[in-house]
Design a protein around this ligand. Structure first.
Ligand SMILES: Nc1nc2c(c(=O)[nH]1)N[C@H]1C(S)=C(S)[C@@H](COP(=O)(O)O)O[C@H]1N2
Ligand SMILES: [Mo]
Length: 378
């Protein structure tokens, strides 16, 4: 069959299997880290019943590390994916477009892989900026497409394994067929790519890896910016709670021996101080010094059974994050506090005045602010 339109001829170098393989050696691990840390994040936020009571509360920095890696590996994958797509795009003009059923299936799987990968990186990046310019809900779609990408990627690696093996190192047998004259250009491309990955990482990773916060250029959050030098995701005004009046505040602890405390009574209970990070799913994280009452002490006083799953309910009336649940490991961890103070001061209204949950190894979305009630999950 003769093409009706003459397909373009790509005379430039580096649109070859060796370059594609070398970039893939970095892109593959970036996607693997991103996918696995994404799974961790998903199961910490939406644990299935059998897992909900066994989520660990240690190490305290666990979620901070996995979610920091999730966002960092996703950002690093952006220049890598762009370079990879540039290397292989002449294949779009392959002729004949479909040679066989097998060839058609292979091209289809690559189309799914490319579309899914671009979708994941784009929605993830916009999510770090808390910008949702789409009609679907981010979490379930980003999660489902993650599986799609991993499936398509495994298939792609399987299909391409002979070429990957042939081009893995410069001395691989198949590489001899390629013009060696390309090698200096390839090295320049890879050096530029390494610099690009280094640059996007260095200028964003300080949002969770605070020793590098001085280099932040593009990260949407600076870990120092916010009341009491801690970023705020939803302000009291945005949540519709405003400033809760001292005299009107009540904490209710429901259990076999339910009780209610005023703010003064809560302040009169034994106070503990902990150093714990808020680790937001959007990639920023910041450690702080929190002071307050141990949740374990509050539960014990209400006669809540040791193994019970606990629900934390906010005084916020609407919104996705007004309620969170925790298994007994988090509920009974001595570091889990109903915090009243942050870095030595009374909580700012935006940080959950008069009381917010702070627990170790837990996604920021579950660190409920403006807590009004603790209860046992039936
Ligand atoms: N009631 C309530 N608690 C909440 C939220 C919320 O919207 N409502 N946002 C959560 C999110 S997404 C994060 S990351 C942390 C941010 O904590 P900060 O604003 O106190 O720094 O609070 C969490 N607690
Ligand atoms: Mo968050």
């Amino acid at each position: 069959m003769k093409p009706r339109v003459t397909p373009p001829v790509f005379k430039g170098g580096l649109h070859d299997a060796r370059t594609a393989t070398v970039i893939g050696r970095w892109l593959g691990p970036a996607f693997a880290v991103c996918f696995l840390t994404g799974l961790v994040s998903h199961f910490m936020q939406h644990p299935p019943g059998w897992l909900a009571d066994d989520l660990p509360s240690r190490p305290v920095w666990g979620y901070r590390l996995t979610q920091g890696l999730h966002v960092a590996s996703g950002i690093a994958a952006i220049p890598l994916l762009l370079a990879k797509l540039w290397t292989v795009y002449p294949r779009l003009f392959e002729w004949p477009a479909l040679r066989s059923v097998r060839h058609a299936l292979e091209r289809l799987s690559v189309a799914v892989l490319v579309a899914g990968a671009v979708f994941e990186l784009a929605t993830g990046l916009l999510n770090t900026a808390q910008w949702y310019p789409w009609p679907f809900s981010f979490v379930p779609v980003h999660y489902a497409v993650g599986w799609l990408v991993v499936g398509a990627l495994l298939l792609h690696i399987a299909v391409k394994s002979p070429e990957i093996r042939a081009h893995w190192t410069r001395r691989s047998p198949g590489t001899l067929a390629l013009p060696a004259v390309d090698e200096p250009d390839r090295r320049s491309l890879l050096a530029a790519l390494t610099a690009a990955v280094g640059a996007v990482t260095l200028t964003t990773v300080g949002q969770s890896f605070t020793p590098l916060k001085g280099f932040i250029l593009f990260a949407p959050r600076h870990p120092d910016k916010g009341p009491q030098t801690l970023p705020v995701n939803r302000t009291a005004a945005a949540a519709g709670v405003g400033r809760i009046a001292h005299e009107e505040y009540r904490l209710t602890v429901a259990g076999p021996r339910p009780y209610t405390l005023t703010l003064d009574e809560l302040r009169a209970l034994p106070q503990h101080e902990v150093e714990l990070p808020i680790a937001c799913v959007e990639g920023w994280s910041r450690s702080a010094r929190w002071t307050g009452v141990r949740v374990a002490d509050l539960l014990e006083r209400a006669g809540v059974p040791e193994q019970a799953r606990v629900r934390v309910v906010s005084l916020q009336l609407r919104g996705g994050y007004r309620v969170s649940e925790m298994g007994h490991r988090h509920a009974r961890d001595p570091l889990t506090l109903l915090a009243l103070r942050l870095n030595g001061e009374e909580l700012d209204p935006d940080h959950g005045y008069p009381a917010r949950l702070i627990a170790p190894d837990r996604p920021g979305v579950l660190q409920t602010k403006w807590v009004g009630r603790l209860e046992v999950v039936a």
